[in-house]
Design a protein around this ligand. Structure first.
Ligand code: AMP
Length: 403
């Protein structure tokens, strides 16, 4: 069964075409700068004649044209991997915000689109683009099932005392103000991989998953269900990130508004785009910050210390919330690739039974690896995340359940 996974942004469409249940990627790529003067289509396939990489620079007027470009490459005699659009049985869409409506992958019907539009105010930068992706895919793939997979869904099991804000209840009841959490597809994927690797039944698995990419978040997992996460109403809360501040005393926002006369838009840009590692060091690329750290650069030292300290605080908090811990799981660009950050995060966590093995930490194989020492009471794992594959798996499961 062929399943197309789409991740639609305001000016881009990322895609992967999977053969399921084999979990083989047949083609993948990206359409970028949609609506701009100079766009580009990147396409990679694996077919009988080997692997091809194509970059095609062209103006892409809108998302409909972008998806048609992808489709043409998928169908083309020399680059293609399908002979008809009907071969694609389902399209799995990454949808950022599902609000309280969606805790499972969902077949997209009219009422679902209405609900998605209704909650778009909660993710104004993301959900309108996802909706556009769904609408153009419905036009291109008239026979395929369209399935929405939500970044927020995995966190819908969080109890109210953890997701509510301590403000008058009408703001929750009337406006939906509460923590929702994001990166759920990644946390769920690495949780399942980690439990499988350790041979622990998911329903009995207690873990802290740490997604450290450009965006960073953590999840506390009890019996295979999320009971807390670091991001909140939007992906701005929690850990310090590439360009986002993470948690901040709310009175800072009041100060920026009242004393510096900043508008809502300016504060939004400051906290989302000009803060975090970038705000403290001038770059959000952790590799170059680590290089400066090694040269004793003062800004890099402080930024890394703050970044690591916050992760450690969340580990302590989640260990207390969970009461039992089978594994700490690192994933995403930094979590998978930086032995130095993993070392700093795990330093002095012996009090929680978390002890790293330096040799294992620095010499990783591909795939899931255990990096704890023999003395450690808690497993420490590095698990490469794969959100597209998780979307394909969930989409496949929905299609199977309907047959
Ligand atoms: P992601 O959003 O998951 O693609 O992760 C992007 C982040 O991972 C960027 O901050 C990169 O600098 C960081 N990253 C990628 N490779 C490494 C590495 N080998 N060491 C440290 N950071 C890395």
């Amino acid at each position: 069964m062929k399943i197309l996974v789409l991740n639609t942004g305001s000016s881009s469409i990322k895609f992967q075409l999977f053969a399921m249940p084999e979990q083989v990627v047949l083609a993948s790529g990206l359409v970028e700068k949609i609506g701009e003067a100079s766009g580009a289509v990147h396409y990679r396939n694996t077919n009988d004649s080997g692997e091809q990489n194509i970059v095609h620079e062209t103006m892409v007027q809108d998302h409909g044209v972008g998806l048609t470009e992808i489709l043409n490459l998928l169908l083309d005699g020399s680059t293609g991997v399908i002979s008809s659009t009907d071969e694609i049985v389902a399209v799995g869409h990454r949808v950022v915000h599902g609000g309280v409506y969606f805790s499972q992958p969902t077949v997209i019907q009219k009422d679902v689109l209405i609900d998605l539009k209704r909650i778009s105010y909660l993710a104004p930068l993301h959900n309108p683009a996802c909706i556009k992706g769904i609408e153009v895919a419905e036009d291109c793939f008239t026979k395929a099932a369209q399935i929405a997979v939500f970044d927020t869904a995995f966190h819908q099991s969080i109890p109210d005392y953890a997701y509510r804000f301590a403000i008058p209840k009408e703001y929750h009841d009337q406006h939906g103000l509460r923590a929702y959490g994001f990166h759920g597809t990644s946390h769920k994927y690495v949780m399942k991989r980690a439990a499988g690797h350790l041979n622990i039944a998911l329903g009995d698995f207690h873990a802290i998953t740490i997604h450290l990419g450009n965006g960073c978040s953590m999840a506390a997992i009890q019996n295979g269900k999320c009971i807390d996460t670091s991001m909140g109403l939007t992906p701005l809360g929690g850990l310090m990130m590439g360009t986002r501040s993470g948690d901040i005393d709310p009175s800072v926002l009041l100060f920026l508004s009242a004393h510096l006369d900043m508008s809502t838009h300016e504060i939004d840009q400051l906290l989302n785009k000009r803060s975090g590692l970038k705000g403290l060091t001038g770059t959000n690329d952790l590799r170059s910050i680590l290089a400066k750290y090694d040269e004793d650069d003062v800004d890099a030292k402080l930024a890394i210390a703050m970044y690591v300290y916050r992760i450690k605080k969340y580990i302590g908090a989640y260990a207390a919330a969970l009461g039992r811990l089978d594994a700490v799981v690192f994933t995403a660009g930094v979590g998978e690739n930086s032995a130095a950050i993993r070392t700093m995060v795990c330093d002095k966590l012996g009090i929680l039974g978390i002890e790293l093995d330096d040799t294992r930490n620095t010499a990783l194989d591909r795939g899931t690896c255990s990096i704890q020492s023999e003395k450690s009471n808690v497993n420490i794992l590095v698990v490469p995340t794969n959100e597209e594959l998780e979307i394909a798996i969930q989409t496949f499961d929905v299609v199977q359940s309907r047959q």
